[in-house]
Design a protein around this ligand. Structure first.
Ligand code: TMP
Ligand code: ASP
Length: 245
């Protein structure tokens, strides 16, 4: 466990200074929030599950050649990551209509979208992460057109890869959220995938039953969140330590 004072505390993770320049420690908490933290709880073991699941997925995405911030897992709740300058844009990918797009556009949950939809939200809790267009991103200088092109290209490749990965274990990838940042290298700035990829920021439905296996179990008071995340880990072949309730 780290003893440092946090550099940044988010809703589900805490970031500490890393052991070397250019590194950080990402600590996964058990806190669960929804609807911009209007709904809150602590779900024992969630942080451990997300740490292991996200490690597995980030490593696989790295093997595809998509640079990301993950370096190594340090403990059950901590990862060593590269220190990025986070781009304040949340990239949401949707394959099937679910969540906020349904009331916004009058869609029925579960309806297929004609093609994969990429949406952008400003990462600002005080404003409720409002949906924005690429023009806002350029006008306010959150990212350049060249940076956004790399982000969208990486995002679509990650979607193709993860859709196949999850289908292979009997899970439908409905939607998910990514974050990116800038990493300072000797050769200049490189765009890298940041944050986490876990059932906290993906919608995952069982391919046979459409049962929800993600944070909607908490958002909608369905119960069984830890069991669902454990099942995702088990199907992915990720070994997670025993979680005592
Ligand atoms: P939404 O339907 O609530 O807009 O969410 C779309 C996807 O993005 C869903 O998989 C959950 C994820 N997400 C986050 O990870 N963090 C957030 O703050 C929000 C709003 C969504
Ligand atoms: N993570 C966000 C929140 O707290 C939204 C969500 O995932 O539903 O509030």
């Amino acid at each position: 466990m780290t003893q440092n004072t946090p550099l940044y505390e988010g809703k589900a993770k805490v970031i500490f200074e890393g052991p070397e320049d250019g590194t950080l420690i990402q600590h996964f908490k058990d806190d669960a929030t929804a609807f911009n933290a209007q709904k809150k709880d602590v779900i024992s073991g969630k942080g451990i599950l997300n740490n292991y699941i996200s490690e597995h997925i980030m490593m696989a995405v790295g093997e595809l050649g998509i640079p990301n911030h993950f370096i190594s897992r340090i403990s059950d709740r901590e990862q060593l990551i590269r220190k990025l300058e986070i781009i304040p844009v949340e990239v949401v990918v949707r394959n099937v209509a679910a969540g906020s797009i349904c009331p916004r556009l009058g869609l029925e949950e579960g309806s297929m979208l004609n093609n994969t939809l990429v949406e952008f939200c400003l990462k600002d809790d005080s404003l409720g992460d409002p949906i924005i267009a690429p023009e806002h991103i350029f006008t306010f200088g959150w990212a350049t057109p060249e940076e956004l092109e790399i982000i969208v290209e990486d995002t679509l490749r990650i979607n193709d890869f993860l859709t196949g990965l999850f289908l292979g274990i009997g899970v439908r990838l409905i939607d998910f959220k990514l974050e990116f940042g800038r990493y300072d290298t000797e050769d200049g700035i490189e765009i890298m995938l940041a944050d986490e990829i876990s059932p906290d920021n993906c919608r995952l439905w069982d391919a046979e039953t459409n049962e929800k296996m993600d944070k909607d179990r908490f958002r909608r008071d369905l119960g069984g969140l830890v069991e669902a995340y454990q099942e995702i880990a088990r199907r992915l072949g990720v070994k997670v330590p025993q979680i005592d309730p």
